[in-house]
Design a protein around this ligand. Structure first.
Ligand code: ATP
Ligand code: MG
Length: 240
């Protein structure tokens, strides 16, 4: 995917959350954003997915200028997976996926069913299709959210800490699903605190601290961090 950010700023209540972010990536398939709590990672992801707009600056994702594109058009091109609880609890697994395909992407009922069933089977969720979303385990629920994210065949999928609400076993289940996406050449940007996963799954790593990109590069920066901030962050992460 192509990502271009030029002098991007964002404040909430007069507090600067993102400060003059600049970035130009031409051809990275998977990008991990890491950094301490409050660094601005989720804020950056919300700007990249056009859930919010920057106060100033320009953002391009692939060929889309996010200052210019109609958000509804953009939402048809991308997918988003949040921390948790984003399925409609009273609808079945199958309906959670076909709904968006029919209503937003104007697929026929048959097309939507076929796409949803193919994907659910491919991601080992075939036996759960008739359960209500509220009856799933946390890991299953998150995997269904991922399937819903890719069902529209997005150009890029954005993940914001998709495993932070899960225990270690379910975390592995969801991370394996994301690795499978990578093998299938899905492009994604993931905010994650799973550093070992970032090492495995990302082509490019962005380390943020206090509203800025402090260090970025290929996964080698996780082995060999150049800045004091990243060194400190990694040593804290691996403390226990
Ligand atoms: N809608 C908002 N209104 C006011 N302040 C906000 C809002 N969203 C985020 N902030 C503030 O912006 C800062 C950065 O938040 P953000 O959620 O981007 O951090 P983060 O790096 O994702 O942290 P975490 O790892 O804890 O999820 C925080 O201080 C947060 O309180
Ligand atoms: Mg966050």
């Amino acid at each position: 995917m192509e990502l271009k950010l030029h002098n991007v700023n964002k404040s909430y209540d007069n507090k600067e959350i993102l400060i003059d972010i600049n970035l130009e990536l031409k051809d990275e398939a998977s990008i991990a954003i890491i950094g301490p709590s409050g660094a601005g990672k989720s804020t950056l992801l919300r700007l990249l997915s056009l859930i919010e707009k920057p106060d100033s600056g320009e953002i391009h994702v692939n060929k889309y200028d996010l200052n210019k594109i109609d958000p509804d058009e953009y939402y048809k091109k991308i997918g988003f997976v949040f921390q948790s609880h984003t399925l409609f609890p009273h609808l079945t697994v199958l309906r959670n996926i076909t709904l968006i395909l029919e209503q937003v992407h104007k697929k026929t009922k048959e097309e939507a069913n076929k796409t949803a069933l193919d994907l659910l089977n491919r991601f080992d969720l075939g036996e759960h299709i008739h359960k209500r979303a509220s009856q799933l385990s946390g890991g299953q629920s998150q995997r269904v959210s991922i399937v819903r994210g890719i069902a529209i065949n997005p150009e890029v999928l954005f993940f914001d800490e998709p495993t932070s609400a899960l225990d270690p076993v379910l975390t592995q289940e969801v991370l394996s699903t994301i690795l499978k996406l990578r093998e299938e050449h899905m492009k994604f940007v993931i905010v994650t605190h799973e550093i070992l996963f970032a090492k495995k799954a990302a082509d490019f790593v962005i380390f943020m601290d206090c509203g800025k990109i402090v260090e970025m590069g290929n996964v080698d920066i996780l082995e060999n961090p150049q800045t004091e901030e990243l060194q400190k962050f990694l040593s804290n992460v691996f403390l226990w």
